[in-house]
Structures are given as structure tokens and as C-alpha cells.
Design a protein around this ligand. Structure first.
Ligand SMILES: Cc1cc2nc3c(=O)[nH]c(=O)nc-3n(C[C@H](O)[C@H](O)[C@H](O)COP(=O)(O)OP(=O)(O)OC[C@H]3O[C@@H](n4cnc5c(N)ncnc54)[C@H](O)[C@@H]3O)c2cc1C
Length: 377
């Protein structure tokens, strides 16, 4: 029996960030079923940080961790976590109402978002078709994230604070005895009064092992392709370019271009792979919107973005299962929100207050609590 103050199930970005902050408050073991903690969704992201992306809760969490990204704690990493790229939301004529609505919604939080004319939009990304794009919205604070440096910074810092990482260690049973959760895994039984469920797409399965009511998590497949830039333009200066209704996006990727059809196909949790239809849809949407010709795809992958009904993350103790803490539903934002999510989960799981800087951004513990999902029922 391995005894700790806290157990974390899952070593992706969620579990790693929670472990990093939680190790300040007690002994922590992180149990990960794969040999590489970033193998699932964390290692398959598009690596961007966009303050105007997602709903109000996501935007507050994203803005709230900018200072961590800009100035991580000493020794966290020796390279910048963010690099400038900017984001451009683009609209066709029939999407201009969406663009204006997006502008109104985001400018309260991000004062320097700016509407662009068709010409200004195409000046920034000349590959956008003249007969396709009608206008754009510039979000100058968007960045590219070094996902590997962030994830490894959390894992390394966690270990340095005394945290224990057990890989190849799938949790197959979870029960509560005498005030402790007992997690059965390949390397034995781990015990702690508090267990953090950070199992990504598998969070509802872990909840089921614990006898908790499901949160209604739906893993959705999203596919990415990387292709050569066929245009005469230097794509490295392009921003992250997103259809305002999220029908596609593209971003520069070391001389090549990363693109996605922004698909959201519901799936059971698994080691998901790209489907041919995703690739065909990506090519169709990207080639309709731009003059890029996609003749050779040099890389492709898919990952699961997991959402609950309101698309906000779920962070907090289960209302019925004592000591069972949810850290789930990061959707497509679990990298850009990770420092906030890790901090929030460590503070709440150790019985501390919700961070005041996030309250100042309009977010409360209730907005993230699993209890809110019961109230909707
Ligand atoms: C194509 C794509 C693009 C994306 N782009 C962005 C982006 O640009 N910016 C952004 O912020 N986010 C993005 N995301 C979302 C982001 O990647 C996720 O929100 C984030 O990685 C979720 O992290 P996680 O730790 O919850 O999940 P995961 O990384 O999947 O980690 C969960 C871990 O739990 C482990 N596990 C599961 N069951 C068990 C068990 N029984 N026992 C032990 N371990 C278990 C798994 O092995 C896994 O390692 C994107 C996602 C995709 C798919």
C-alpha cells in the first residue's frame, strides 16, 4: 500500500499542472496508464493561446494565466513558453454578424481586439481568397505555446517538490475505505483521502469506478494535417487564422502549414486516429477559403477534446462522493488554461480559497463546480 495525501489519475496537462501546484500542500502521487504522460490529448494539440477563444469561463482562465506564461517560476523552463503570432478570425459576407457579435463579446475582456476590413484581413494573410473573405477580427495577444516545455516544466517541478509519478500504471479500481480512496493499479494499491480525476477523455469512466454520478463528458475527435506551403507567400508571418464559426483553422508550422477542419465528432475514449473524411473535409474547407493547394500532407493526427454540456471545465469536489475531485472537460483549451486550472484545482482540493485574481476576472468556483451540472438537470 502506497499512502499519500493526494492521488492524481492522469498525467496529461491537467494532472501535471494540478500536481505541480498541489505538491505545495502535501504528498502527491500521479498515476498514468501510458509510458508517456503526454501520449493522449496533450501531445496532440494545435498549441495556441488565444484570449478570445472559448466561452466566458475559458476566456477568464486564459487571461488569468498570462502572467505565469510570461514569467514562469524560476527553474520551470529555460525557453519562452509563448511566442508571438496573433490571431485572425475571418468571416465571409454571410458571417459578418457572427464576427461583430464575437467582437462585442470579447472586447470587454481584451480591449485591443480590432475589426479589420477585407483588405486589411488579406494584407495579413494574402492566401485568403479575394472572393471568400469579407472581414476579420485581429486579436494581437494570441500566441503559440511550447506545449512540451509547459508539460515538462509542470512534471519536473512536481518531482522536485517530492511528487511521485507512476507511469504504465492504469487505475482499474477505485473504492473508499475508512476515509481513504484506494486506487488499484498494476504496481499495487495507492491510498489517499483525496483523489483528483484528471483522466481526460476517460474522466466519466474514472467517476464510474468511484461510484460518482457522470458529468456527461463527451470526447470529440479533432483532426490536424500539416502540409507544404504551395503559395509564394512566407507563411511564417501569418497569424493563427480561424473561421469565426470555427469551421477551419490554419497556422504556420516551421515553414509548413498546420490546418484543421475543426471537426467535433463524438467518440468513446480511445487512442483516436484521423479518419479519411476528416482529411478530405480539411482540404476542402482550407482550399475554399485560401489559394493554398494541398498536394502533400506531411503529417496528420487526431485527438479527443472532451466537453460537458456548457463547454466550461469541471473543477471541484463531487457533491456526493467525499474526497473525489473532478478536473475534467478542458475541451479545446486545456493547454492555454493549464496554469489557471492547475492552481484552481490545487487550492480547492486542499480546502483553500478560489484565486482572487480569477474572481477579479469575473470567474467563481461555482462556474466550474460539478454541482452546476446537477442544477441544470
Ligand atoms: C487537435 C487538437 C487541438 C488542440 N489545440 C489546442 C490548443 O491550441 N490550445 C489549447 O489550449 N488546447 C488545445 N487542445 C486541447 C488540449 O489538448 C486538451 O484540453 C488537453 O490536452 C487536455 O489535457 P488532459 O490532461 O485533460 O488530457 P490528456 O492529455 O488526454 O491526459 C489524460 C491522461 O489520463 C490518462 N488516463 C486515462 N485513464 C487512466 C487510468 N484509468 N489510469 C491512469 N491514467 C489514465 C491518459 O493516459 C492520459 O495521459 C487541442 C486538442 C486537440 C485534440
Amino acid at each position: 500500500m502506497h499512502k499519500f495525501d493526494y492521488l492524481i489519475i492522469g498525467g496529461g496537462m491537467a494532472g501535471a499542472s494540478a500536481g505541480y501546484f498541489l505538491a505545495d500542500h502535501g504528498s502527491v502521487a500521479l498515476l498514468e496508464m501510458e509510458s508517456q504522460p503526454g501520449y493522449h490529448t496533450t501531445g496532440r494539440s494545435a498549441a495556441f493561446y488565444a484570449q478570445s477563444y472559448g466561452n466566458a469561463a475559458i476566456r477568464a482562465l486564459t487571461v488569468g494565466c498570462k502572467s505565469f506564461f510570461d514569467a514562469p517560476p524560476p527553474g520551470f523552463t529555460d525557453q519562452p513558453l509563448l511566442s508571438d503570432c496573433g490571431a485572425l478570425f475571418v468571416a465571409r459576407d454571410d458571417q459578418m454578424d457572427s464576427l461583430h457579435a464575437h467582437f462585442e463579446e470579447t472586447r470587454a475582456l481584451i480591449p485591443d481586439v480590432q475589426l479589420l476590413t477585407k483588405q486589411e484581413t488579406r494584407d495579413w494573410v494574402p492566401a485568403l481568397r479575394e472572393d471568400y473573405v469579407a472581414g476579420g477580427l485581429k486579436e494581437p495577444r494570441s500566441m503559440s505555446i511550447d506545449v512540451h516545455a509547459l508539460h515538462h516544466g509542470f512534471l519536473r517541478g512536481f518531482r522536485e517538490k517530492g511528487g511521485v509519478i507512476a507511469t504504465d500504471n492504469q487505475v482499474i479500481g477505485l473504492g473508499r475505505t475508512n476515509g481513504d480512496w484506494l486506487a488499484e493499479s498494476r504496481s499495487g494499491t495507492y491510498a489517499a483521502p483525496v483523489v483528483i480525476n484528471a483522466a481526460g477523455a476517460w474522466c466519466d469512466q474514472i467517476g464510474q469506478l468511484a461510484g460518482a454520478q457522470p458529468i456527461g463528458l463527451v470526447p470529440k475527435r479533432r483532426t490536424v494535417i500539416v502540409f507544404d506551403n504551395s503559395s509564394p507567400h512566407d507563411s511564417d508571418s501569418w497569424p493563427l487564422t480561424v473561421d469565426v464559426d470555427e469551421q477551419f483553422y490554419l497556422k504556420p508550422d516551421s515553414g509548413r502549414i498546420l490546418g484543421s477542419p475543426a471537426n467535433e465528432d463524438p467518440m468513446a475514449p480511445c487512442d483516436v486516429q484521423p479518419e479519411d473524411i476528416d482529411i478530405a473535409t480539411a482540404m476542402d474547407r482550407l482550399q475554399k477559403a485560401t489559394t493554398l493547394e494541398i498536394t502533400s500532407i506531411v503529417n496528420k493526427w487526431a485527438g479527443l477534446r472532451s466537453f460537458v454540456a456548457d463547454k466550461s471545465p469541471v473543477v471541484g469536489f463531487d457533491p456526493d462522493a467525499p474526497g473525489f475531485f473532478w478536473l475534467a472537460g478542458q475541451g479545446g483549451y486545456g493547454i492555454q488554461t493549464a496554469p489557471s486550472m492547475g492552481l484552481v484545482s490545487a487550492l480547492l482540493a486542499s480546502g483553500r480559497d478560489f484565486p482572487s485574481h480569477l474572481v477579479d476576472l469575473g470567474l467563481t468556483a461555482a462556474d466550474l463546480s460539478p454541482q452546476r451540472l446537477r442544477e441544470v438537470d
